[in-house]
Design a protein around this ligand. Structure first.
Ligand code: CS2
Length: 322
């Protein structure tokens, strides 16, 4: 379910806030790194329509895909500065809220049911609360994600094949640690710089779920999807705390009700479209390579313990128990 929605749906009425007696429309900007065909984009458009409808046109949200407003970390800083209003983000927020790292610990989630028990249970609420407090963003709804796989131009079957392998990871300290431990040479890069890095041979590979491999056109510059499935996770759609708190109570409830419906809409798209991404990538010539997942899990485990703080590791152990 979305974060804290109330089920009443209503349009909002508000005192005129212009001297001509009109009510000024609130214009919000939502930024994300996927393309216009991606589940995140289609769901964000639906969310914007629902918010506009439920507020009687008082809130208009414009969606900016393909990192056009900057990389994920830059956008989060822009929301704090008030020049952007919403973002789609996840474990990158660990740079402000340590508990967000627990969204993407390698091989932590056993299956979809386990993942949902964490997201929608006590632990998910603790992660959301720390994000709100330390990042200054309010989670509105989330997207379940396909597992992250490692892409390359030569097959990677075990960590032994990672010697000298220069790869990009998102701005997530834990990802740097686990891929170093597995034997690769990871470096942080914004998502919108990865294609060029691969095309120019600055990096040899990257890791992402099939939907983002497709969204960024990595099939043009990568041959193999090595099925490490090393991270199974989710990602939030978040609004700046200040932007959200500036709304009337009625407008807040309308946004939360829209988020609830957008959540269900996005989940339906996830269930029906993920398989399609795999066949699309195969049609584009990518080879899906089965790997020794246990070998990657074993290679990464020591780095998980070493990289996480005591508090993060305690939460990790709770996740394993759920
Ligand atoms: C994306 C992001 O940049 C990427 O590789 O997959 O969604 C990434 O997962 C971020 O860390 C999410 O905060």
């Amino acid at each position: 379910s979305a974060c804290g929605a109330d089920n009443e749906t209503s349009t909002t009425s508000e005192e005129p806030n212009n001297n001509d007696g009109s009510v000024e429309t609130i214009q919000w900007k939502l930024a994300h790194l996927a393309d216009e065909n991606h589940i995140w984009h289609k769901t964000a458009l639906k969310f914007a329509d629902l918010v506009n409808e439920k507020t009687g046109g008082q809130i208009e949200i414009t969606i900016f895909p393909n990192s056009v407003l900057g990389g994920e970390t830059d956008v989060i800083n822009s929301i704090k500065a008030g020049t952007v209003d919403l973002v789609i983000s996840g474990e990158t927020m660990a740079n402000w809220a340590p508990k967000a790292a627990l969204m993407a610990v390698p091989y932590a989630f056993r299956d979809e049911e386990h993942l949902k028990r964490v997201i929608e249970g006590e632990i998910g609420k603790e992660i959301e609360a720390e994000i709100k407090e330390k990042v200054g963003l309010t989670p509105l709804y989330y997207h379940q994600r396909a597992p992250r796989n490692l892409t390359s131009n030569d097959p990677i079957n075990t960590p032994e094949d990672l010697k000298g392998f220069r790869m990009r990871v998102p701005n997530v300290p834990l990802f740097l640690s686990v891929w170093e431990a597995a034997g690769a040479n990871p470096q942080v890069m914004d998502f919108n710089e990865v294609f060029t890095g691969l095309q120019q041979g600055v990096i040899d590979g990257q890791e992402n779920p099939v939907d983002l491999i497709h969204s960024a056109g990595f099939y043009e510059v990568q041959k193999y999807v090595n099925e490490t499935e090393h991270v199974y996770s989710w990602i939030y759609v978040l609004v700046g705390n200040e932007q959200f708190e500036s709304l009337t109570e009625e407008q807040k409830q309308a946004v939360l009700a829209a988020a609830e419906e957008a959540q269900a809409y996005g989940q339906e798209l996830f269930a029906t479209e993920t398989e399609g991404y795999i066949s699309n990538l195969k049609d584009k010539g990518m080879i899906f390579n089965e790997v020794d997942q246990d070998a990657f899990r074993e290679a990464m485990l020591p780095a998980i313990k070493q990289n996480l703080s005591d508090e993060q590791y305690e939460l990790y152990e709770r996740i394993l128990e759920v």
